[in-house]
Every structure is written in structure tokens, then in C-alpha cells.
Design a protein around this ligand. Structure first.
Ligand code: IMP
Ligand code: MG
Length: 170
């Protein structure tokens, strides 16, 4: 059983607003970097709400998870295809929890010389934060519950749900 936390309609409305806000901040060239796998659905909806010049790239990281929590160690599984030198870059991530994954990503990407580097996260769990990471665009702040759907998984399942929910029984 899954309790719905955010409906498909709520998500779509918010993603559309986020896309407009990001586009307004970067009316010209914008380079979005999605963090696989979780952000793939968010990215695909976000990018389709933007007109004009936008390019994409993907990274994959693994957080050395211990069950449903992060250990803090991050491993780079797939690196970018192109350089960031002089570009306006926005990292697109599914959720910021402890903040450790994003802190790591921001540090390594900042070192590659983008003109600007910002971060967009669909979800944030502020009560779980261990490091003070800066996220300029946040879709929804949620309580400390493990959520699935809309790209987010539990043991690689539920990524296909068009809404976000909490698993109450497997
Ligand atoms: P952080 O490093 O603790 O901020 O963890 C971020 C990563 O943990 C996310 O990119 C997700 O892959 C995963 N994660 C954190 N909370 C959840 C959740 O509620 N559901 C699914 N994955 C989560
Ligand atoms: Mg993730």
C-alpha cells in the first residue's frame, strides 16, 4: 500500500512554476545536469516546460546507502560528457536529505569552472540536514518520511509512479 503525499497534479503545477523561475533567471544558455537515477522523471518534466536554449547532461552517483539512510560517502559512477567551463549550470536532483550527496556534487562541479552553479531539487527534508547545503530551487519541503515515486525508489521499485507517496506495506 502507498499513501499519496503529493499528487500528480500538485507535482506538475509546481514543476511548471520551477521551470519558469529557472528560465527567468537564465533566459539564455542553460545547462541542466541531472543526477541519475532518481532525477530522471523530474528532469524530463522540467525540461519540457522550458522553451529556448537548454542542454542536458547526466551524472550518476551512489551514496553507499545503509538501508534507507546515507553513509555520507559518495561514489561517482558516471561522469559528464562535456565541460562546464563558462556555462550556466543547474544541478537537477530528486531529493535533498542529509545534504551530503549534493555537497559532494557541488564541490566537484564548481571546480570545473561553470559561470554559475545552482541546484534544483524537487523535494527537501530540512529536518534531516547534516550539512548546510545551498539549494536555490526547491519543489516541496516534506517531513522526515521515506518517499517513493516520480523517479524515487525503494530497492529500485516504484520509480514509475506518477505521484509521490509513502510505502506503508510492501
Ligand atoms: P543525501 O545525501 O542524504 O542528501 O541523500 C540524497 C539521496 O538519498 C537522494 O538522491 C536519494 O537517492 C536518496 N534519498 C533520500 N531520501 C530519500 C527518500 O525519501 N526516498 C528515496 N530516496 C531518498
Ligand atoms: Mg539520488
Amino acid at each position: 500500500m502507498i499513501d499519496v503525499l503529493l499528487t500528480e497534479a500538485q507535482i506538475q503545477t509546481r514543476v511548471k512554476a520551477l521551470a519558469a523561475e529557472i528560465r527567468r533567471d537564465f533566459p539564455d544558455g542553460l545547462h541542466l545536469i541531472a543526477v541519475l537515477k532518481g532525477a530522471f522523471v523530474f528532469l524530463s518534466d522540467l525540461v519540457r516546460q522550458m522553451d529556448g536554449d537548454v542542454s542536458l547532461d547526466f551524472m550518476a552517483v551512489s551514496s553507499y546507502a545503509k538501508g534507507t539512510t546515507t553513509s555520507g560517502e559518495v561514489r561517482l559512477l558516471k561522469d559528464l560528457d562535456t565541460t562546464l567551463d563558462g556555462r550556466h549550470v543547474v544541478i537537477v536532483e530528486d531529493i535533498v536529505d542529509t545534504g551530503l550527496t549534493l555537497t559532494y556534487l557541488q564541490d566537484i562541479l564548481r571546480a570545473r569552472g561553470p559561470k554559475t552553479l545552482r541546484t534544483a531539487c524537487l523535494l527537501s527534508k530540512p529536518s534531516r540536514r547534516q550539512v548546510d547545503v545551498k539549494v536555490e530551487y526547491i519543489g516541496f519541503e516534506i517531513e522526515d518520511r521515506f518517499v517513493v515515486g516520480y523517479g524515487l525508489d525503494y530497492a529500485e521499485q516504484y520509480r514509475n509512479l506518477p505521484y509521490i507517496g509513502v510505502v506503508t506495506a510492501p
